[in-house]
Design a protein around this ligand. Structure first.
Ligand SMILES: NC(=O)c1ccc[n+]([C@@H]2O[C@H](COP(=O)([O-])OP(=O)(O)OC[C@H]3O[C@@H](n4cnc5c(N)ncnc54)[C@H](O)[C@@H]3O)[C@@H](O)[C@H]2O)c1
Length: 301
């Protein structure tokens, strides 16, 4: 109940980001867009990494207008295509000298399959971000102290990881029940938390830290692909009870900016506060196994 009706804490950091560069994935809508606007207002150079060129460019104008900054750039990134992730990273690394904050925000809750034949939610929510982060890691290290923020969800609590299922690249077809779609969404959000757990270990001794979080229950477009009737019926309820996208981006901003939280690298936040995870979300062996299987799927050495 607390998670659903509390509008939440505000990010208290007054950090200015002039001369710093930030990437926000999935920033043409929802909390990605409000995160980008806030960071641009603080002076950062903000890269909007979005799938659709047309929607990305519309968002670019909005983010520029609302932030009053012209240091905002659109770069095309489809997380459902490993080729697109590689080409985004290549373009970014060639054209931008710095990377100070990487915000892995994009997320999807619907059935389907990625270009590479993975389940859409596993592919976009986890695997695309896994590859993206790995390809940008050296640049983050060069620019340290730098941060990686992985937007997960409290839904990870209902997740489980079936490695056999991942190996068989099982995907959900159209007509799959909403319950099953939600279960696989929860699984992908558990992948975000386990990825963050293993990443923090691998980053120990570097100047890069990473954090994962639940942004709150937010009235956004995330459920747009669930039953349209349900969406229409629930919209007034969610608009009233849920956080709006400005409230919804506060924990992301906290993890990206708050001074003095570096010792909390690898931890999980909600309402701008560090929270305990259940054992399955900080399971060393599962996190390591997920990392190794993801490397194999992405063709990383
Ligand atoms: N809305 C909520 O209540 C809620 C709760 C918990 C966690 N979250 C998480 O917050 C994050 C942001 O969600 P939101 O609520 O702002 O929803 P949203 O649907 O408005 O935003 C998601 C963004 O991801 C982008 N995206 C989807 N597929 C992509 C792909 N293949 N390549 C690149 N970008 C892609 C979308 O275009 C969109 O911009 C997600 O990771 C979501 O899982 C949301």
């Amino acid at each position: 109940f607390h998670h659903f009706v509390v509008k939440g804490q505000k990010c208290m950091s007054k950090a200015k980001l002039h001369g710093k560069t930030v990437i926000v994935t999935g920033s043409n809508t929802g909390i990605g867009k409000t995160t980008a606007i806030d960071l641009a207002k603080r002076g950062a150079r903000v890269i909007l990494a979005c799938r659709c060129k047309q929607r990305g460019e519309t968002a670019l104008q909005e983010v520029r207008n609302e932030s009053g900054s012209n240091q905002v750039v659109f770069m095309q990134l489809d997380l459902g295509s490993l080729k697109s992730v590689r080409s985004f990273a290549e373009t970014f690394l060639k054209s931008e000298p710095r990377l100070d904050i990487l915000i892995n925000n994009a997320g999807i809750c619907m059935q389907g399959q990625t270009e590479d034949g993975f389940g859409l939610m596993f592919g976009v929510n986890h695997l695309g971000h896994f590859l993206l982060t790995n390809l940008l890691l050296d640049r983050l290290k060069e620019c340290g102290p730098s941060r990686i923020v992985n937007v997960s969800s409290m839904a990870h609590n209902f997740g489980k990881i079936d490695f056999d299922c991942l190996n068989s690249h099982k995907t959900l077809g159209f007509g799959t029940s909403s319950y099953r779609v939600f279960q696989v969404y929860c699984d992908s959000k558990l992948c975000n938390v386990l990825f963050n757990h293993e990443l923090a270990k691998r980053l120990q001794g570097t100047s890069v830290t990473c954090y994962t979080l639940h942004p709150g229950a937010i009235s956004s477009d995330l459920g747009r692909n669930t039953s349209s009737v349900l969406h229409v019926v629930l919209k007034p309820v969610t608009t009233f009870f849920f956080k709006n996208t400005i409230q919804g981006c506060q924990t992301t901003l906290h993890c990206a900016l708050q001074e003095g939280i570096e010792h909390l690298s690898g931890r999980y936040f909600s309402n701008c506060t560090v929270r305990e995870l259940y054992a399955k979300a900080k399971d060393d062996a599962a996190a390591k196994k997920l990392w190794e299987i993801s490397e194999r799927f992405c063709g990383l050495p």
